[in-house]
Design a protein around this ligand. Structure first.
Ligand code: BES
Ligand code: ZN
Ligand code: ZN
Length: 482
C-alpha cells in the first residue's frame, strides 16, 4: 500500500474515492461544509443516521471534485481514537467490496492519536490471510493507494504506524498457519529470513546445544514430538543506542495437544495458535530497524510441539531447568511455562534492563478477563504501568493481576523444587505468573498472558483467529520508554 499526502482544498481534489466520517446526526467529522451539505438531504430523509444505515455512497456528486464519496456513519458519537480505527477499517471493508483500490481520507483537524487510528484502521483492516487459497480471482482487493489530506505534522506518525501494522500483519500470518506447515523448524526459518529482510541477527539454537546447556525443562516438552525443538535468538542493535536493553520472550508451541495430559478434542484445533507469543515477538523484531528504535532489543522464541507419544514426558516426571532448579511436571498441558523458564534464564546473559514475555499461557485468563482483555503482571511496577499505558493507546487491552506471595506455596512439590501446576484450580493465571517469577532473573520483568487473543472473532480491524496482539503495544512502549 502506497501512502500519499496532500494539502489541496478537499472539495477540489479530483480523487477516485473520498471517505468522510459523520455521526448519526450528520455532523461531518473530517470534511468541510460542502460535504455536510451533500449529506444533509440523506440525514433529513432518514437514509443516513438514525436508521443506523452504515453509509451513503455517492457517485459523481455535483458540489465536490471527488468521483465517489462514501459517507460513513460512526454512530452516536466518536468516543476516542479507537472509534476512528474501527470506522476506517469498516469503511475500507465496504469499499473493497466495490473493488475500489485508491482511497482519499481527510485527517485535517484530528489530533495525532486520532490521525494514527484512522490510518491504522486501513492498515489493519486491509489484512487477509490468503496464502493457502488457490483460487486467487475471488480474493478481496487490496488497498493500493491511500492518500491523507491535511496530515500536517502527523505524516511521520502515519508512516511509522504503517510499519507497526505491517509487523502486526506478519504476526497474524504466523497465527493463521496450521501446525503441519508452521512448526519449530519452519518458524525458525522464518526468523532467519525476516532477520535478513528486516535488519536483525537471528541465531537458531538446536537441541544438541540445549542439552549441553542444560535446558531440561524446554526439552521435556518437545520430547514427545517427532519434530525437534528450536530456540530463536534475534538481536537488534540500534545505530544510536539509548543504552537500554529490552528482551522479549515469546511462547511458540506450534501445536499444544496437551501431551499425555491430553486436551479434550473440542477446541483442540485452536491450539495451532499456541505460538501467538512467539508471533508477537517476531512481529516486533521486524519493525525495529524501520522505526529506528533506539534501544537494543533481544527476541527469544523457544518453540516446540507438545504431543503425546511413547517418548513423551509423563505426569510426575522431574526435570532440571537451565537455572538448576528442578521441576515436577504434574500436568504436561502446563507446558508453556516449561519452555519459558529456560528462555527467561537464558535472557540473563544479555544483561537486559527489561524483560517482557508474551504467552498464550492459561485458559484461566479468559475466565478472569474475557475474550477481549489480556493480563499483565510482573516484578517492576513502572514496566507494568508502561504496558497498561501503551495498551490503552493502541487499544490492545491489558489488565494487571497481582502476583500474590501467599499463593507461592500452591506450587510446592513433594519431590522437586517446584511443581508446574498449582494444587488448586483457582487463580490459574496468577499461579502461572508466580511459577515464571521463580525463574525471572535479576532484571525488571513483566509477563503478558495473551491467551484471550487466540479467540478473536472477525470484527472491524481484527481478522478471525489471531490478532497479532502486543506488537503495536510494545512498539508504542519502546517509543515512550518505561
Ligand atoms: N495453551 C494453553 C493455554 C490456553 C488454554 C490458551 C485455552 C487459550 C485457551 C496452555 O498450555 C494450557 O493448556 N494451560 C492449562 C494449564 C493448566 C493445566 C494448569 C490450562 O489453562 O488449562
Ligand atoms: Zn497446554
Ligand atoms: Zn499451551
Amino acid at each position: 500500500m502506497k501512502l500519499h499526502f496532500t494539502d489541496e482544498n478537499l472539495e477540489s481534489i479530483k480523487h477516485r474515492c473520498l471517505v468522510v466520517f459523520a455521526d448519526r446526526d450528520g455532523n461531518v467529522l473530517n470534511g468541510g461544509p460542502a460535504f455536510a451539505e451533500l449529506l444533509a438531504p440523506f440525514v433529513e430523509s432518514g437514509e443516513f443516521g438514525r436508521s443506523f444505515k452504515d453509509e451513503i455512497f455517492l457517485t459523481e456528486p455535483k458540489a465536490v471534485a471527488a468521483q465517489r464519496v462514501l459517507f460513513f456513519n460512526v454512530g452516536k458519537k466518536i468516543k476516542g481514537a479507537d472509534d476512528y480505527r474501527k470506522s476506517s477499517a469498516r469503511a475500507w471493508k465496504s469499499l473493497r467490496k466495490k473493488r475500489i483500490k485508491d482511497v482519499l481520507v481527510s485527517v485535517a483537524g484530528l489530533n495525532e492519536a486520532e490521525t494514527r487510528a484512522v490510518a491504522e484502521g486501513f492498515f489493519l483492516g486491509d489484512y487477509n490471510f490468503t496464502e493457502l487459497k488457490t483460487k486467487k480471482e475471488n480474493l478481496p482487493v487490496k488497498l493500493e493507494n491511500l492518500t491523507f489530506h491535511g496530515a500536517g505534522s502527523h505524516a511521520d506518525a502515519i508512516a511509522r504506524w504503517q510499519i507497526a501494522c505491517g509487523g502486526t500483519n506478519r504476526a497474524r500470518d504466523l497465527y493463521q498457519l496450521p501446525a503441519n506447515i508452521l512448526n519449530p523448524v519452519t518458524l525458525s526459518e522464518k526468523a532467519l529470513a525476516w532477520g535478513e529482510e528486516f535488519g536483525f541477527k537471528t541465531t537458531v539454537m538446536e537441541e544438541d546445544e540445549m542439552r549441553e546447556l542444560g535446558m531440561g525443562s524446554l526439552l521435556s516438552v518437545s520430547q514427545g514430538s517427532v519434530l525437534p525443538a528450536r530456540m530463536m535468538i534475534m538481536e537488534y542493535e540500534p545505530e544510536n543506542p539509548s543504552g537500554k536493553t529490552f528482551c522479549f520472550v515469546g511462547k511458540a508451541v506450534t501445536f499444544d495437544s496437551g501431551g499425555l495430559s491430553l486436551k479434550p478434542s473440542a477446541g483442540m484445533a485452536e491450539m495451532k495458535n499456541d505460538m501467538g507469543g512467539g508471533a508477537t515477538v517476531l512481529g516486533i523484531m521486524t519493525c525495529l530497524k524501520a522505526m529506528n528504535c533506539p534501544h537494543r532489543v533481544v527476541g527469544l522464541v523457544p518453540s516446540v510441539e507438545n504431543m503425546p507419544s511413547g517418548s513423551a514426558t509423563r505426569p510426575s516426571d522431574v526435570v532440571t531447568s537451565l537455572s538448576g532448579k528442578t521441576v515436577e511436571i504434574n500436568n504436561t498441558d502446563a507446558e508453556g511455562r516449561l519452555i519459558l523458564i529456560d528462555a527467561l534464564t537464558y535472557a540473563e546473559r544479555f544483561k537486559p534492563d527489561y524483560v517482557m514475555d508474551f504467552a498464550t499461557l492459561t485458559g484461566a485468563c479468559l475466565v478472569a478477563l474475557g475474550p477481549k482483555c489480556m493480563a499483565v503482571m510482573g516484578n517492576h511496577k513502572p514496566l507494568v504501568d508502561a504496558v497498561l499505558k501503551a495498551s490503552e493507546e493502541t487499544h490492545e487491552l491489558f489488565w494487571e493481576l497481582p502476583l500474590i506471595e501467599e499463593y507461592e506455596e500452591l506450587l510446592d512439590s513433594d519431590v522437586a523444587d517446584i511443581s508446574n501446576i498449582s494444587s488448586t484450580r483457582w487463580g490459574g493465571t496468577i499461579t502461572a505468573g508466580l511459577f515464571l517469577k521463580e525463574f525471572a532473573g535479576d532484571y525488571q520483568w513483566a509477563h503478558c498472558d495473551i491467551a484471550p487473543a487466540m479467540f478473536e472473532k472477525e470484527a472491524d480491524y481484527h481478522p478471525v483467529g489471531g490478532t497479532g496482539i502486543g506488537v503495536r503495544m510494545t512498539l508504542s512502549l519502546l517509543e515512550k520508554g518505561v
